[in-house]
Design a protein around this ligand. Structure first.
Ligand code: NAD
Ligand code: LMR
Length: 324
């Protein structure tokens, strides 16, 4: 053979659209292609930005040895046929702001992104990352009219991972030996559950005094704000991108991983018509199951308090996008 003539093989690859090519979006895109999870279409409103990042990541292909491809675009048409859509578009908070302060800026961005992306990929599963997370996930579900199991918010994996990191640092343990569970909304009232946290199966309540556990719980609740204050410009993105990445992977590889995520509750945990973080089985149909863990009366009250904080903003968000 003296010439390189490739005959194209008709094959269909998995495709993920990532809306928003900022810190979280571009890092997620990198993770997905480097782990060979799927091809990625990276979309942003800024002309040239997603195209530049895509070209940079394609240039790393031979060095890092991955096969999946990434293209950048400003047009939703180019995202057609995606299996999963992840929305990371929107503003991050600045130090001193709460995530809820982003509602006014991000509601229309998320509503438009969800509608447009689903118009071109009508069978996709939608993962929302933009804050305020639980409200934006509800909004994306409402404006797309998708079955609720196909709309999922990313936060619980991140919050649980932060708690794992803090436990590992405190005990000098290996993070992958640690299991944690954080329920509720992705806000100041999230509910880390020490009773369900273990190191190689041993409850942390047997490994640390309650005062230390209380400090780690508080640090987890403030985990996002702690990083925002250190960075000064922007918020966390490596762990958020990793967290969204494992959710995408569990869906596309039908791994059935049980991961905490914002899902639609219709009676479970005594809550109705709300997206809130609880353990979900994620597979090829999206949320395949929701696990209802046993809660003490105090934990249940705390979960409901967190839900109320989310619920207060849902109507505000819906009113914002009503006429757009
Ligand atoms: N759920 C979580 O746990 C979690 C974790 C980290 C960040 N976040 C949130 O994710 C969002 C993004 O964070 P980031 O750090 O990547 O911000 P960033 O500012 O780095 O990136 C945001 C990107 O969105 C783009 N964008 C804005 N409007 C758009 C539109 N209409 N269509 C397409 N793209 C648009 C911007 O051009 C920018 O590139 C923020 O709201 C942040 O609070 C959530
Ligand atoms: O803290 C933020 O605003 C970003 C994100 O929600 C996080 O927890 O890192």
């Amino acid at each position: 053979m003296n010439s390189l003539e490739y005959s194209p093989i008709a094959c269909q690859s998995l495709q993920v659209t990532v809306v928003g090519a900022g810190n979280v979006g571009r890092t997620l895109a990198q993770r997905l292609v480097q782990k060979n999870v799927a091809n990625v279409v990276l979309l942003d409103i800024v002309p040239g930005l997603p195209q530049g990042i895509a070209l940079d990541l394609m240039s790393a292909q031979s060095v890092e040895e991955y096969d999946n491809k990434i293209v950048g675009t400003n047009e939703y048409e180019a995202t057609a046929g995606s299996d999963v859509v992840v929305i990371t578009a929107g503003l991050p908070r600045k130090p001193g702001m709460s995530r809820d302060d982003l509602l006014g800026k991000n509601a229309n961005i998320v509503a438009q992104a969800a509608r447009e992306a689903l118009r071109y990929s009508p069978t996709a599963i939608l993962i929302v990352v933009t804050n305020p997370l639980d409200v934006m996930t509800y909004l994306a579900w409402k404006v797309t009219g998708l079955p609720p199991q196909r709309v999922i918010g990313m936060a619980g994996v991140l919050d649980s991972a932060r708690l794992k990191a803090f436990i590992a640092m405190k005990l000098g343990a290996c993070p992958s030996d640690i299991n944690t569970l954080v329920l509720g909304g992705h806000g100041d009232l999230m509910l880390p559950l020490p009773r369900y946290c273990t190191v190689s199966g041993v409850p942390i309540t047997e490994l640390m005094p309650s005062q230390t556990i209380a400090e780690l719980v508080e640090r987890t609740r403030n985990g996002g704000a702690e990083i925002a204050a250190l960075l000064q410009t922007g918020t966390a993105y490596y762990a958020p991108a990793s967290s969204a990445g494992v959710m995408v992977e569990s869906i596309l590889r039908n791994q059935s991983r049980i991961l905490p995520a914002a899902t639609y509750l219709d009676g479970m945990y005594g809550l109705k018509d709300i997206f809130l973080g609880v353990p979900c089985r994620l597979g090829c149909r999206g949320v395949e199951d929701i696990l209802e863990v046993q809660l003490t009366p105090e934990e249940k009250d705390a979960l409901h308090l967190s839900a109320e904080a989310v619920r207060r903003n849902i109507d505000v968000a819906l009113a914002m996008v009503k006429d757009s």
